[in-house]
Ligand binder design. Structure first.
Ligand SMILES: [Zn+2]
Length: 444
């Protein structure tokens, strides 16, 4: 397919009615300008302060709000192939009886088709980056690159009979490091190691993953304390899953831990001390009836917590607007406090906070030195406003935001979504291919 993306090497000035610079302060300016050269933001701020530019600089007018693209820090995107399967089962049975038998049959072409459709859905929802734990890394990368989407792809390791066809874990680890080396300088693709969980792998394998990650300076992406029974499942190895993972060398500042629900004060202190980032996935956790992550206690301990969708077979949708709203409602209700969590907090968790969890301090803000991953939102939406002052804008994005408001998305300076639709893909074709492959994979 021939790419329709505008060239990332061109120098471009984006002139927006309103510009959300992002960051913890969620700074917002009226009549804002973002200057981009070769995918990097070189200047941003009020138009009145903008430096002069030459006639060769392209001008892009944004008649709405320009904001950082959202970041989905824990996902298994090709599971769009399995949406709805095993509905209503508890997670351990859902994985072992429904997901893993189907996943063991996946071909690279299946994964590529699932990733391509899921990426289009994420882009259409204003997401510019995902962190993935899934099989067939090269097929995942191809689909992401084709759609001009940024993805950190971590190869999953699971010791279960159904995955014997993937070969010995040592071979899978070697392939994961090879993938990481081949993409070390890639503009869109990052890499890491994705040991599924402490209960899906033996301690020797977990220790070797930790060692390999340390030797190659790679992210470790792992499910931690998701199941109510997870601490008991590793009881032979230590008093909690967090302590077991720490002993095996898997808790580091480069660890991306999904869920973190069943943790006590000692676990929280240990996660904070090791600098582990946590991906909070409230929609998935509520759907699977797993429990409520102690968000405030995690954050009060200094842990960087971001929001993520988890896989689309758990969440159904790849939608961080929904995730932000769900987090607000859940923690306000759980704390009996309408001020427990605010729209600016969850928007930060889904932009700069997620970038920090992924070890990418150059993502999640529209400031000089950051990559130009940006979303143009149209505030002229049925579910937006009224906007009476700038203080109403972030609540409108979080409470009223949806795919309907996403007009354009740029990743690494190139256009991926225009007029709310993917630049480089046919949704009809992608859906038909996923439908056909899903039917085949569902056969016993
Ligand atoms: Zn997950």
């Amino acid at each position: 397919m021939t790419s329709q993306h505008d060239g990332p090497t061109s120098a471009t000035r984006y002139v927006a009615n309103q510009l959300l610079l992002g960051g913890e302060s969620m700074e917002l300016v009226d009549d804002g300008v973002v200057d981009v050269v070769d995918g990097a933001i070189v200047w941003s701020g009020p138009a009145s302060d903008a430096p002069p530019v030459g006639p060769d600089v392209r001008n892009v007018d944004i008649p709405g709000l320009l904001m950082p693209a959202l970041i989905n820090a824990h996902c298994h995107t090709p599971m769009v192939l399995f949406r709805g399967a095993g509905e209503g089962l508890p997670v351990d049975r859902w994985l072992k009886e429904v997901m893993w038998p189907r996943e063991s049959k996946l071909t690279p072409a299946d994964v590529r088709a699932g990733m391509a459709l899921g990426v289009v859905e994420m882009l259409s929802n204003g997401i510019g980056t995902s962190c993935e734990m899934y099989f067939h890394a090269d097929a995942m990368a191809e689909a992401a690159i084709e759609a001009n989407f940024r993805s950190v792809i971590t190869a999953p390791f699971i010791e279960a009979d159904s995955f014997a066809g993937l070969g010995p874990i040592s071979q899978q680890l070697e392939a994961a490091v090879d993938f990481a080396n081949r993409h070390a300088e890639h503009r869109l693709i990052g890499a890491g190691l994705g040991p599924h969980s402490a209960y899906a792998l033996g301690p020797d394998t977990l220790a070797s993953v930790g060692q390999l990650a340390a030797d190659n300076d790679l992210l470790i992406h792992i499910h931690v304390a998701e199941l109510p029974t997870e601490n008991q499942m590793v009881a032979g190895l230590g008093s909690s899953v967090v302590k077991v993972l720490d002993e095996l060398g898997l808790l580091t500042p480069k660890t991306v831990a999904a869920h973190g629900i069943w943790v006590d004060d000692e676990d929280i202190a240990l996660l904070a001390e090791r600098g582990v980032g946590i991906c909070h996935c409230p929609v998935s956790n509520m759907g699977h009836a797993q429990g409520i992550a102690p968000l405030q206690r995690l954050q009060d301990a200094g842990i960087n917590v971001c929001l993520a969708t988890d896989g689309p077979a758990s969440h159904y949708r790849l939608d961080l607007f929904e995730e932000m709203r769900t987090a607000l409602r859940l923690h306000r209700l759980n704390n009996h406090d309408a001020a427990a969590l605010g729209p600016a907090d969850v928007l930060a968790m889904t932009t700069c906070g997620a970038a920090s969890v992924l070890g990418r301090p150059d993502l999640g803000q529209l400031r000089a030195g950051f990559r130009s991953d940006m979303v143009h939102l149209d505030p002229d939406q049925l579910s937006f406003g009224p906007i009476l002052s700038n203080g109403d804008i972030i609540p409108a994005i979080v409470w009223g935001g949806s795919r309907a408001a996403v007009r354009q998305v740029w990743v690494e300076g190139a256009l991926s979504v225009d007029n709310g639709l993917p630049v480089d893909a046919s949704i009809t074709e992608l859906r038909a291919e996923v439908q056909s492959r899903a039917r085949t994979l569902a056969q016993p």
